[in-house]
Design a protein. Structure first.
Length: 351
């Protein structure tokens, strides 16, 4: 599981244009009812696809792979070299063989979200709503069953939510970087602190701000930067105080530049509030390979008892990637070089 430093350096140097050609589109679900009881007359799901669908005699797509993104992300995050190498000719998820679907979850990217106009009156969506909307997207595309469902971070949690809420709609599931228990302890605390910081900023104005509440958002950016950090790797990359301070400054600038609208961010962080698929894991009877990494601040070893919960699923396997100077902390989930062998094995055992 531990690739050489040279292999990763070569990947970064040679795969700068790894992202495949993609098509972007929107699907609109009519009168979508949320778990909080509110209804949107039109819920937009933005999505990207690459590859060519293969259909059976009923017209159903049988080679679809859907990949779910993390909190605050979009489907575009999988078009970076470290992941998109899978989709290249000869890759494990070669787009010539598979039909890849990269949705923007509710509240993210080009999909319906508070900043579209409703602000804090937007329905209080949760992961179950997000999964149900993606199920409707699959219906629209003609996908009765996914060949493979993958997901990273929030997408990992949505993978377990999908498996328990829509059992059998994926022939195999590969969740990367999450646990299956209720979000509590440190994982809930950093989210709650980020939300509280935005709401405490006088510029937020109860969600009706005219200028971004940057002071509150800075707290959230800092918390997430630390939550996604990789301690051993970061120590190697910035071994002095000056280098560490410079890294912190760059991380803060990049985080603020890429930050979502403040209301969108509150909703994104709150969507996990009632996540807890653990009691229903036995509903997931298809092959599963669940991968976490030892240097993940958000889902560290010793929290969540994945080794116990994996036994609730009859065909599940749990893998923990060891920490090294090459791993990327929580973000190891997008670096396919660390877990591609497990992906190949999952595809083989779910045929």
């Amino acid at each position: 599981m531990k690739p050489a430093v040279a292999a990763i350096a070569a990947l970064i140097a040679t795969a700068a244009t790894a992202a495949p050609a993609v098509t972007e589109a929107d699907f609109v679900a009519k009168d979508f009812r949320f778990s909080d009881g509110k209804t949107l007359p039109a819920l937009k799901q933005h999505y990207r696809t690459t590859g060519t669908p293969v259909r059976n005699a009923k017209g159903e797509i049988i080679n679809a792979v859907m990949v779910g993104h993390g909190t605050g992300g979009t489907g575009a995050q999988f078009l970076v070299p470290q992941f998109a190498r899978l989709l290249e000719p000869g890759g494990t998820l070669d787009a010539a063989k598979y039909f890849i679907i990269l949705p923007d979850a509710i509240g993210h990217g080009g999909s319906s979200k508070p900043s579209d106009g409703l602000k804090m009156a937007f329905p209080a969506y949760d992961y179950a709503d997000m999964v149900r909307a993606q199920g409707q997207l699959l219906d629209h595309l003609g996908v009765k069953q996914l060949r493979l469902l993958m997901g990273t971070s929030m997408g990992c949690m949505m993978g377990f939510q999908f498996g328990t809420d829509l059992p059998g709609r994926a022939a195999a599931i590969m969740p990367l970087a999450c646990n299956v228990i209720e979000l509590a302890g440190r994982n809930r605390m950093w989210r709650a602190m980020a939300i509280q910081a935005i709401k405490a900023d006088p510029d937020w104005q109860g969600g009706n701000f005219t200028k971004p509440p940057l002071n509150g958002m800075r707290v959230g950016v800092a918390l997430q930067a630390m939550a996604s950090s990789a301690p051993v790797r970061m120590q190697a990359d910035s071994p002095s105080r000056a280098a560490s301070d410079a890294l912190a400054e760059r991380a803060m600038a990049a985080g603020l530049a890429g930050s979502a609208d403040a209301n969108d961010r509150i909703y994104q962080l709150e969507a996990s509030r009632n996540y807890n698929p653990a009691p229903n894991l036995a509903r997931i009877t298809v092959p599963v390979t669940w991968v976490n990494s030892a240097d993940d601040f958000i889902n560290p070893p010793g929290v969540g008892e994945p080794e116990r919960h994996v036994r609730a699923m009859p065909q599940a396997r749990y893998v923990l990637i060891p920490e090294s100077t090459e791993t990327r902390g929580h973000s190891t989930h997008t670096w396919s070089i660390f877990w591609e062998g497990e992906l190949k094995a999952l595809l083989a055992r779910s045929q």
